[in-house]
Design a binder for this molecule. Structure first.
Ligand SMILES: Cc1cc2nc3c(=O)[nH]c(=O)nc-3n(C[C@H](O)[C@H](O)[C@H](O)COP(=O)(O)OP(=O)(O)OC[C@H]3O[C@@H](n4cnc5c(N)ncnc54)[C@H](O)[C@@H]3O)c2cc1C
Length: 477
């Protein structure tokens, strides 16, 4: 008898990956995506796996960076999202950036063309019907209100939304090339890059101080009362909030001047020590649009144009998109979900992607990959074995389903303690940093940190390969 289909709600990063994994396990999938019938406040197209903001999957360095390691683990697990990302990569130094339109079109084509996947366009506007016995909910940070309300009623949790800010995009032909220059930090070439992949805007001390003054005085989008106390995710702080935390915060964050040298003649001649730098990264394959790196902002639009044009090289900048605010809906997963991402209160429902409390395109797709595999394993009546905690998959899953220890079970007054997180080496079980290199030389100072990360990565990939190769046992009845 053919298997009844697994239903996946949401064709974003997580839902697309989950659908692929289930279908590749030989099982039928129905993927429900509400766009274009109903849009979200951030998506612009009807494409599956649309990237709503930056076009970067971040570092592709599997040796010393946790998200680079996650890329590699996903590639080894036959990820659709990584394969499409690799096919449409753009130059971006050590990062993996993609052409968002070609990437999304590729994912859509692969899913539409799979014989075991059918795609239904329409909103699932409440709890899935009872006859859907295996469901993955991957509706993301902008889950439609009727579905969030239904989930909320089921879980008994309070409203779980807060606001993040997004970065502006500039037209290349409006950037002054006599002031800016192209260079990647430390001239790092990375995948598909040249070492000169970013556009850099230099700032002197005076220009930086004037810019901070303008940010602090700038007219901000006002929050509704209940939004005002909701915290930002630290990796996505608006520049004006960073400036409020301290005048030097931006210079140690997105505006840090390290690893760059200005070739243009300035007061002190070429190569002068830079005080601060604003970087822009290519956003489309044509190279006509450039994204301001780390420049999320909630300044009012007219104010953004005025303040951002104070940046040397951007005096006449034309903006293809200005910064803005977005909603982020996520569950208190460590309390609500089991180790295979099922809702404890209703195990036919699994969750995947950002709604589970991971953060970022890659992490969301990775949790989609695991949810898809877990759902397929269950349908095939095999025992689910979670990826080892030493892998990036396992570390991320651990954060969501149990790794976070200070769960507030009592009545809450402040924000909940479980917060969305990018994958990072802090989530991995400890490993003693090697003291000597392969040649027997003592590893010193800063090098030890990098050596520790390389050791964590090597351990992760070896454990992952064993996990992927292990035969699956029948589930206990
Ligand atoms: C404005 C904004 C900017 C962001 N910027 C970045 C960034 O720069 N870098 C980064 O790594 N991450 C960013 N994120 C986070 C990003 O959303 C996630 O990393 C990633 O897209 C989440 O993947 P997902 O599959 O969980 O959700 P999504 O990719 O959002 O996919 C969810 C899908 O579910 C659909 N859907 C929702 N409700 C229903 C329903 N009831 N029925 C049917 N379909 C439904 C939606 O239309 C959508 O297609 C941003 C998020 C937002 C909102």
């Amino acid at each position: 008898m053919p298997h009844t289909p697994i239903h996946i709600i949401g064709g974003g990063l997580a839902g697309s990956e989950a659908a692929w994994q289930v279908a590749e396990a030989g099982l039928a999938v129905v993927l429900h995506e509400m766009r274009p019938v109903r849009q979200t406040e951030a998506h612009k197209t009807d494409g599956l796996a649309e990237l709503v903001c930056s076009n970067s999957f971040r570092s592709d360095d599997a040796g010393t960076n946790a998200v680079g390691l996650l890329h590699e683990e996903m590639r080894r697990a036959q990820s659709l999202i990584m394969a499409a990302g690799d096919r449409h990569k753009l130059p971006a130094g050590g990062a993996l950036a993609v052409d968002r339109d070609l990437f999304s079109a590729d994912v859509t084509r692969q899913l539409e063309g799979h014989p075991l996947i059918s795609i239904e366009r329409g909103e699932v506007a409440g709890l899935p019907p009872a006859e859907w016995d295996s469901v993955i909910i991957a509706t993301g940070p902008l889950t439609s209100p009727p579905l969030s309300a239904a989930i909320q009623q089921l879980t008994g949790e309070g409203e779980l939304a807060f606001f993040d800010a997004i970065a502006p995009i500039v037209h290349l032909d409006s950037i002054d090339a006599s002031i800016t220059w192209r260079q990647s930090r430390y001239d790092k070439a990375g995948p598909g890059g040249t070492g000169a992949d970013y556009i850099n805007c230099p700032m002197s001390r005076e220009q930086y101080e004037a810019f901070i003054d303008a940010l602090l005085a700038g007219d901000k989008t006002s929050f509704k009362e209940w939004e005002a106390s909701t915290p930002y995710f630290d990796g996505c702080l608006p520049i004006e909030v960073m400036a409020e935390r301290g005048r030097e915060t931006l210079r140690f964050g997105p505006m840090k001047p390290v690893g760059l040298s200005n070739p243009h003649a300035t007061t002190n001649g070429p190569g002068e020590r830079l005080h601060a730098v604003v970087q822009l990264r290519q956003d489309n394959a044509l190279g006509t649009l450039w994204n301001m790196v780390g420049f999320q902002t909630k300044l009012k639009h007219a104010e953004q144009v005025r303040v951002l044009r104070m940046i040397p090289g951007l005096e006449n900048a034309e903006f293809a998109r200005l910064g803005g605010l977005h909603r982020n809906t996520f569950l208190n997963s460590p309390k609500l979900l089991d180790g295979s991402l099922r809702l404890k209160a209703e195990p036919r429902l699994r969750f995947a992607g950002q709604i589970t409390g991971c953060e970022g395109y890659v992490e969301s797709a990775a949790i989609g990959l695991l949810a898809g595999r877990a759902a397929a394993t269950e349908r095939l009546r095999l025992a689910w074995v979670a990826p080892p905690a030493t892998t990036a998959f396992g570390a991320l899953l651990g954060h969501i389903t149990g790794g976070h220890i200070s769960i507030d079970d009592g009545p809450r007054e402040g924000p909940r303690s479980f917060q969305p997180m990018n994958v990072n080496f802090g989530l991995f079980p400890e490993l003693e940093a090697p003291s000597h290199d392969a040649q027997g030389r003592k590893i010193k100072g800063k090098e030890r940190g990098a050596a520790r990360k390389r050791a964590l990565s090597a351990r992760a990939l070896a454990d992952l390969d064993r996990w992927l190769a292990a035969p699956r046992q029948a589930a206990a009845e």
